[in-house]
Design a protein around this ligand. Structure first.
Ligand SMILES: Nc1ncnc2c1ncn2[C@@H]1O[C@H](COP(=O)(O)OP(=O)(O)OP(=O)(O)O)[C@@H](O)[C@H]1O
Ligand SMILES: Nc1ncnc2c1ncn2[C@@H]1O[C@H](COP(=O)(O)OP(=O)(O)OP(=O)(O)O)[C@@H](O)[C@H]1O
Length: 567
């Protein structure tokens, strides 16, 4: 008989500053050794449910609980945070918020130190874990100097030693490069199988999580559980579409071609029997009409032989050169720590090159002040918490405009427009602290949009967003690009975003530029994929299995999606 380890019975929770319950009458039992995926649109209460499991509610977040929530037989409201934290290990969405050590090594060793493990035993264990996430060369580094994905890797390494029953992952993939994302899902799967832990994963990237077996998917909507089923059942139901969650790309491709899906291993592209769908996919593919390439525009940014080091003995970027033309949409892709955010900071003048030159509209960057560059090039950082200064949403979005001496009327107008565009207008008078992570991210995009820059650089703009918001943000950026000619650079680990919304990819690996071509060509190049830790989407796998050309098949899919969006 399976033993329940997480039990919610008619459980509701209301944050102190909210007038309505965020979680409403939750009834949910998760059994020992199960792997469960928690899905739902942004703001539906996934992280709030996670906070109840790891004890942050009621200990760190003020509010009112009703009903019962038992974790490993402990009634949460009657237990201490220490009792609960010895049962649950958490990897958070915001990797900055979870460091406890002063160095990477100390951080990974934390759980072992708590167990009083002797040093000689601990050192090889820490090295081994760091090696599993490819961070063994960073053991002496300060966590705060790491790239976003490197921080997330350290958090994953740390959790491997936790002697806990339950492991909770709140968007573990958001900052990881595609190859590491796969490795992380493998790693979680291994811990689940070998150590028989109960695993709860919150993640918008359904397809990436389903890469390995999941027992159940729980779907949350406006604080209520609306579905609890197997992945196959969920993929066959209309629930994903109805709730604004992106289904795996190969499923969409099969549906686009008019295939009637059968309930047969459809949650794994490798296992699915494609015979019943083959002819339909081929016929649909042959109806493709390729779109016309765009005329090239003037160069707006020119990067020449650029090198950069944070510390003189450690080169981060080495002799990087590329040009960006007005109106282009470019994906900057590559391995965690390759230097993508560093290049973004150089492009918007926050950092200055150690060697080489950057030209903006034909003039050397050195001739502009940081404020002037900031008016022309907007940068939306990866972690919204690193950008936020003000307490109130409206003030935060107005901040850049105020600093650039815009008139009161223009500030009002631009802020209102940007908030509406980012679907935050209804929350304009809220404090920033009441926003979910995904909502905060949208607010930081609104702050930059309000400035109407020539070039926008967005570092993982859609990480942590549900598909509805993802599509809204991306369609909107597409509109800004087409209507106003704004040049857009996306730093992204999301290969679907790259193929669907950009025309060109610049690829970085270990501080050098190893590829600069159309996204389809880049993702057809096995060598670049390996070196830059990229990943072919499931569309490539589907095309390969059917025997169609991968890049043309992907392009056909993208054209179809674009047409659907504009209908
Ligand atoms: N500390 C807080 N105080 C008040 N309200 C909050 C707080 N944290 C979250 N909320 C509200 O609770 C709702 C659910 O937030 P939660 O973070 O659980 O959502 P989520 O499903 O994890 O969203 P996302 O996918 O965007 O991270 C949101 O509407 C948010 O505004
Ligand atoms: N302030 C800093 N001081 C010292 N080293 C730093 C600092 N910021 C970043 N680094 C190092 O520079 C390298 C490049 O980091 P960067 O953030 O540019 O990578 P990235 O390609 O954006 O990675 P990710 O995909 O993980 O976000 C990494 O090895 C990182 O550890």
């Amino acid at each position: 008989m399976k033993k329940p380890v997480i039990e919610f019975k008619d459980f509701s929770f209301r944050y102190k500053s909210q007038t309505e319950d965020t979680l409403k009458h939750i009834n949910l039992t998760i059994y020992e050794g199960e792997k469960v995926l928690l899905l739902g649109p942004s703001g539906c209460g996934k992280s709030t449910l996670a906070h109840c499991i790891n004890g942050l509610i009621p200990f760190s977040y003020d509010g009112e609980c009703q009903g019962s929530c038992k974790i490993a037989s402990l009634e949460v409201v009657q237990s201490s945070i220490f009792q609960l934290s010895s049962q649950v290990g958490t990897v958070l969405q915001d990797s900055d918020a979870q460091f406890v050590g002063l160095s990477v090594g100390e951080d990974i060793a934390y759980a072992l130190e708590n167990e009083n493990m002797p040093r000689e035993e601990m050192i090889p264990r820490v090295y081994q874990s760091a090696k599993m996430v490819d961070m063994h060369e960073f053991l002496n580094h300060v966590p705060y100097d790491l790239s976003g994905g490197q921080k997330q890797r350290v958090a994953l390494a740390g959790i491997m030693h936790d002697d806990v029953k339950i492991l909770l992952f709140d968007e573990p993939l958001a900052a990881l490069d595609p190859m590491m994302g796969n490795d992380a899902i493998d790693l979680i799967d291994r811990i689940y199988r070998e150590q028989k832990k109960t695993v709860v994963i919150i993640e918008h990237r359904l397809e990436d999580v389903l890469y390995r077996h999941v027992d159940r998917v729980i779907l949350l909507q406006e604080g209520k559980i609306i579905a609890d089923m197997t992945p196959d059942e969920l993929l066959l139901s209309p629930l994903l579409k109805e709730n604004g969650i992106r289904e795996p790309l190969y499923i969409t491709a099969l549906k686009n071609a008019g295939c009637q899906l059968q309930p047969d291993h459809i949650s794994h592209i490798q296992d699915i029997d494609l015979e019943p769908y083959r002819q339909q996919l081929i016929d649909d593919f042959h109806q493709s009409i390729p779109s016309k390439p765009q005329e090239p525009q003037d160069v707006i940014i020119e990067v020449k032989d650029l090198s950069f080091a944070y510390q003189s003995d450690h080169q981060i970027l080495d002799n990087v050169s590329f040009e960006i033309r007005k109106g282009e949409k470019i994906a900057i892709v590559g391995k965690n720590g390759a230097g993508k955010s560093t290049i973004a900071k150089l492009l918007c003048g926050i950092l200055r090159p150690t060697k080489g030159q950057i030209l903006l509209k034909g003039q050397d960057y050195m001739q502009y002040s940081i404020k002037e560059i900031g008016g022309m090039i907007g940068y939306v950082m990866q972690n919204p918490n690193q950008m936020i200064v003000k307490d109130m949403i409206k003030d935060e979005v107005a901040l850049g405009l105020t600093l650039h001496d815009y008139s009161k009327e223009d500030i009002e107008k631009n802020v209102e427009e940007a908030l509406k565009m980012c679907n935050l207008y209804a929350m304009r008078n809220w404090p920033v602290s009441a926003l979910s992570y995904g909502q905060k991210k949208r607010m930081t995009i609104a702050s930059i949009l309000a400035m109407k820059p020539d070039v926008m650089i967005l570092d993982e703009p859609t990480a942590g967003q549900d598909y509805r918001v993802y599509t809204e943000i991306m369609t909107f950026l597409d509109y800004l690009n087409k209507e106003y000619g704004i040049t857009i650079l996306f730093i992204t680990h999301d290969m679907h975003l790259a193929i669907e919304y950009t025309d060109r990819a610049i690829v970085f690996s270990e501080g050098t530029c190893i590829g600069d071509d159309s996204v389809f060509k880049i993702l057809s190049d096995e060598d670049i994929i390996q070196r830059a830790h990229l990943k072919q989407t499931s569309l490539f796998t589907l095309a390969k299995r059917i025997g169609l050309p991968c890049d043309a098949f992907t392009q056909h899919f993208i054209e179809h999606e674009r047409m659907n969006r504009h209908e």
